[in-house]
Design a protein around this ligand. Sequence first.
Ligand SMILES: [Zn+2]
Length: 440
Amino acid sequence: MKTVLKNGRVLDPSQDLDFVGSVVLEDAQIVEIGEEVDASGADSVMDCSGLWIAPGLVDMHTHLREPGEEHRETIRTGTQAAAAGGFTNVCCMPNTSPPLDNPALVDFILDRSASPDAGGIFVAPVGALTVGQKGQQLSDLAALRKAGVVAASDEGGPIQDAHVMMRAMEYCLQLDLPIMAHCDDRSLSQHGSMNEGAMSAMLGVPGIPRTAEEVMVMRNCLLSLNTGCRVHILRVSTWGAVEMVRQAKYLGAPVTCEICPHHFTLTEDAVDEFDVRFKTTPPLRTKVDVEILLQALSDGTIDCIASDHSPYAPHEVNVPFDEAPFGMVGLESTVGATLRLTHNGVLSPLETVRKLSTAPAEILRLDAGTLKANATPVAQITVIDPNLEWTFDVNRTFSKGKNSPFDGTTFRGKAVLTYCGGEVYRDPLFDDARSHIALA
Ligand SMILES: [Zn+2]
């Protein structure tokens, strides 16, 4: 079976390629890319004029909720949502019930995600740093690594004790396993529900000071610098946090960081009607934060964009603001929200693809994020229509979670075709006339 994706804008940050040309697939592998390719004998040719042909997108921060929280999401619905959002790889976070702190659970996730009724994409599990995610006793990280985790994390319940975190880093350094760190000093954030500032004072909602995040970012950066352990800071939200990361990188610490679309798109002002769709951790910050975060994305201090897809069941979010859980869905809106940055000139098309694919793949050393021939187990490609206007409607998504701040938002730009060893998603808005069987 030979397939040709023809006349698209080929964007491959792994090779610094940006040209109009074609990609040739044979038996689920990329065999050739170029301005002129050998399309003879193709079984199928797809006209991609005006579209981007990118390496499959990689989301290094997803909550699939299984095992134990299937009322929120399952591996099946989560991977289907990911494929529809353009992702061919997702990393699932360990704060499930029970937490992902032993190899049997890693096996379960790998098995379940490979089953035919799942989304057809790759799932890379992230192991729990501590047993039961209690922040005290380190998990058997060697066994978790052997079972297939690509990182270890305290996501959901950050380790408060600096000594435990230091030991975790020393252990992970030996295993060459990166730590994905959730940065929240609970003695500062306490029972807050939104950013602490003028808005929280006006609404009378307990605030979360920016220092709750920044103190922990600084601690983790210093521990990384001193231990040499690779640390990836999950979803930065304040200008102070990115300045810490910038300094840590300058000093030579092996630190990387990510940002989520809601943190570069929205501010605390969105909370004004106590709308729980805007409740997240770390909380939405201020206009000044967003401006500085965008600069940091553009200059490379922020390495990549991740969804932090956090689905909840309707009954869990239909509650007063103070009682609502933190988090929002993101897999199916991340590309639309990110393409705004491309249209606004914050990121070039090549940099946009780097933040969504090649950079996260490199940070976690996944076999992904490239269009090089035969470089990955199977071809992973995302075709994006950068100019397609569409309205995000949570009632038409694959995810079980409907808690999105972007419900009803019109975006310009969408993943229209996701290929992961075979077509795993084709958008109904994708023009069928583009695809035809070649007349050999
Ligand atoms: Zn998360």
